[in-house]
Design a protein around this ligand. Structure first.
Ligand code: GAR
Length: 188
């Protein structure tokens, strides 16, 4: 039987798109994206899901604190694994406890460097550029109650060119995310 994942997004959802497309095209992978959750009604990830026939849920701040509606939906869709893909709210204790070692995140840098509160998306790549790093990369990790601190499952690095702009670093890193996140989720 296929394992069922819920993908959580806050933005464009390119990782969600790659993952949904992969698992829809290859049922033999044994993974099915059954729900997309967004904390923003305007997130591009919602369109990605709608176009691919994946049901979605927009969570409000007020519900996030208690989790009633979200937990009901995760149960209703029989979700085995929660996959954070550019989701920016801190995961509350009730959710970590309800899905122990069953929530994973991707971070666009080599943790433990360039992680923590406020370190997301372009802020990460700007900091990497500012520090003059010669490489960056991706970290896929389990999620606990603190930003970017759960145990690391997989990392991959990419060489940076000294002339790379933060936007170019972002592109290199995103390419690495697209090539690897679905693969690691399939392994899990
Ligand atoms: C990705 O680069 C992901 O690693 C990052 O947000 C981007 C989402 O892109 N996540 C974080 O920074 C989390 N701290 P996407 O919406 O196109 O998949």
């Amino acid at each position: 039987m296929s394992k069922r994942i819920a993908i959580f997004v806050s933005g464009g959802g390119s990782n969600a798109r790659v993952m949904i497309d992969r698992f829809q095209a290859y049922p033999e992978d044994g993974v099915q994206a059954v729900l997309l959750v967004s904390n923003k009604a305007s997130a591009g990830g919602l369109t990605v899901a709608a176009e691919r026939g994946v049901p979605s849920l927009v969570v409000k701040r007020s519900d996030w604190a208690s989790g009633g509606e979200l937990l009901r939906a995760l149960e209703e869709y029989k979700v085995d694994l929660i996959v954070l893909a550019g989701f920016l709210w801190l995961i509350p204790p009730y959710l970590v406890q309800a899905y122990p070692k069953r929530i994973v995140n991707i971070h666009p840098a080599l943790l433990p460097q360039y992680g923590g509160k406020g370190m997301y998306g372009k802020h990460v790549h700007a900091a990497v550029k500012e520090a003059g790093e010669t490489e960056s990369g991706i970290t896929i990790h389990y999620v606990n109650e603190n930003y970017d601190e759960g145990s690391i499952i997989y990392q991959a690095a990419v060489r940076l060119d000294p002339d790379d702009s933060p936007e170019q670093i972002a592109e290199r890193v995103l390419r690495l995310e697209h090539g690897n996140y679905w693969r690691i989720v399939r392994e899990l």
